[in-house]
Design a protein. Sequence first.
Length: 329
Amino acid sequence: FCRVDPYGFERPEDFDYASYEAFFSRYLVVLTRRAIKWSKLLKGKNSIQKSLKVKRYIRKGIPNEHRALVWMIVSGAQTNMEQNPGYYHRLLEGEKNAKLLEAIKTDMNRTFPDNVKFRKTADPCLQHTLYNVLVAYGHHNKAVGYCQGMNFIAGYLILITKNEEESFWLLDALIGRILPDYYSPAMLGLKTDQEVLGELVKMKVPAVAELMERHGVMWTLVVSRWFICLFIDILPVETVLRIWDCLFYEGSKIIFRVALTLIKQNQAFILEATNFPDICDKFKQITKGTFVTECHSFMQKIFTDPGSLSMATVNKLRETCREKLLSQG
């Protein structure tokens, strides 16, 4: 058995190799079939038009060999990179903010200690690449600078693209466009979206919302890392990548679909909780096990389980939740 997965992450001591093997042998068949379809769709081109077919393909998963390219195209990162040649390197060569560099350096060793490619001893050591991407981004988007959580996201982008400049532009797509205001100093977008999730749970899984309220558990306690890290270190790697496939194409409402599916699927289990620490513990447990490992069936579920969820609904809830937060502030 391989102690290290294909992305460089060491598997935990209690890793269930048997059920993973069973899942992966089935999933491999799916991946092979998808890869053939994707090759036909792309036909060696560097472009795809948004369409229902492409959306369907993306929901069924992008094969790893095409993933970086498709993310770049559908997120708009490719266009931005082509329109700004040399910009990334100019950021790295320009004047630097010492405080920003210090903050990024501090987080380097904390980023994926369980990934062999990010160790100081690795060759090439991805810490250098990660440092560059974060430094460039901090100077590109001064309103955000650097905030914890961004190191994990940039790290994942580097593992998939294996390219510094592409990782930078994808990070820009996520932070600048796809996620509204998650990493700004006030984190208003993040706080808003946690409240939005609370409202959606009230609508779709009312018993859980009621339990949370009864025990005074704030949503931010149990889900903030889901939002900040986009499920990195929360769900298995393959599953996170499948979620990101959809996130780059369909936007931030995918995060709500995933969160609602986890809560809805485990409703009975969560409702067994009888006190505050118990609830927090249940929320840790629902992100483990076969349901989340089987990424293919999990992704089908996120589009059926929560029922309809339009961007219009999300935006309306965002407006009311943001106003409420601002009036409390």
